[in-house]
Design a binder for this molecule. Structure first.
Ligand code: CP
Ligand code: NVA
Length: 320
């Protein structure tokens, strides 16, 4: 069975831990895996498709594929037939014959599902409107490095709590056994289906979920504080309204003062200082945002290796 990574819960708790351990190992020993070096079993190319702009995701996948002995094929918005001249399913059927994995940043989750349903090679969500699971692997690796553990920690996400990052913090956080609090204004909280999925996962791991409009309560004593832009890609027309809507949910010095004294601060970037995060917090001593950005590289290398190896292992079992 081909293993894909479209949403954080596509990895079980133990699988997520395996990927994070591999990421830590690859960070120490960056060239210890040569998954895409061409041993005759697959292509050396990984397709990395962007329907939205990117800095970190683009560079980390390009550098990561190269470090694993492969060649990244970056396809920028509007450069391929996908979406306008050709269906997602037909695109998948072509790509699976030429590449070892398909990485795709797009809008709807349904497109990723269609790609995965039609692809024998792993499909990886490089950000959709609903989730950003690769970012969460990097964030969890960063938290583990700085706090020494994940399970049992309290992580609070504040701001636009209905966006892709909020959803992924909930799902990936509880998968790691964390207590995840999410806070934002009424009407901008995670969908009931996401909360239900997170609660189901939390029941397995000992984690927990709290969704609240009370920002002060949400940050109280937290070990990890996180936020994200108030204006996600595709929401630019709503910018003025959104800057007002979330102003009581900024990660500023007052919020940080309510957290645990040893709390760390993460932001997936790009960040808008003075809006969702104060410059003094973003650039302050508790911020680990640059480690977090670097960890995109190590986490995604581990993810790609794991998906390719797991797919081969599961295929071999099925063939018996
Ligand atoms: N955090 C993140 O995904 O950044 P990019 O949009 O630059 O890829
Ligand atoms: N929520 C943001 C994340 C950017 C990495 C967006 O979707 O634009």
């Amino acid at each position: 069975m081909t293993r894909h990574f479209l949403v954080d819960t596509d990895l079980s708790p133990s699988e997520q831990a395996e990927v994070l351990a591999l990421a830590a190992a690859l960070k120490k020993s960056p060239y210890s895996k040569s998954t895409f070096a061409g041993d005759g079993s697959g292509s050396q190319t990984v397709a990395v498709i962007f329907d939205k702009t990117s800095t970190r995701t683009r560079v980390s996948f390009a550098a990561g594929v190269a470090a694993l002995g492969g060649t990244p094929l970056i396809i920028n918005p509007g450069e391929a037939q996908i979406g306008h001249k050709e269906s997602v399913a037909d695109t998948a059927k072509v790509l699976e014959r030429m590449v070892s994995a398909i990485v795709w940043r797009t809008y709807g989750q349904d497109g990723l599902e269609e790609m995965a349903a039609n692809s024998r090679v792993p499909v990886i969500n490089a950000l959709s409107d609903d989730y950003h699971p690769c970012q969460l692997l990097a964030d969890l690796l960063t938290i583990q490095e700085h706090k020494g553990t994940l399970a049992g920690l309290t992580m609070t996400y504040m701001g636009d709590a209905a966006n892709n990052m909020a959803n992924s913090y909930l799902l990936a956080g509880v998968t790691a056994g964390m207590h995840v609090r999410v806070t934002g204004p009424e009407g901008y909280l995670p969908a009931a289906s996401v909360v239900a999925a997170a609660e189901e996962r939390a029941a397995l791991t000992g984690g927990s979920v709290l969704v609240t409009i009370d920002a002060a309560a949400a940050v109280l004593g937290a070990d990890v504080l996180v936020t994200d832009t108030w204006v996600s890609m595709g929401q630019e027309a709503e910018k003025e309204a959104r800057l007002k809507l979330f102003k009581d949910y900024a990660l500023d010095d007052a919020a940080l003062a309510k957290a645990d004294a040893g709390a760390i601060v993460l932001h997936c970037l790009p960040a808008y200082r003075g809006y969702e995060i104060a410059a003094s917090v973003m650039d302050g001593p508790q911020s680990v945002v640059w480690d977090e950005a670097e960890n995109r590289l190590h986490a995604q290398k581990a993810l790609m290796v794991w998906l390719v190896e797991q797919t081969a292992a599961e295929d071999a079992l099925e063939a018996q």
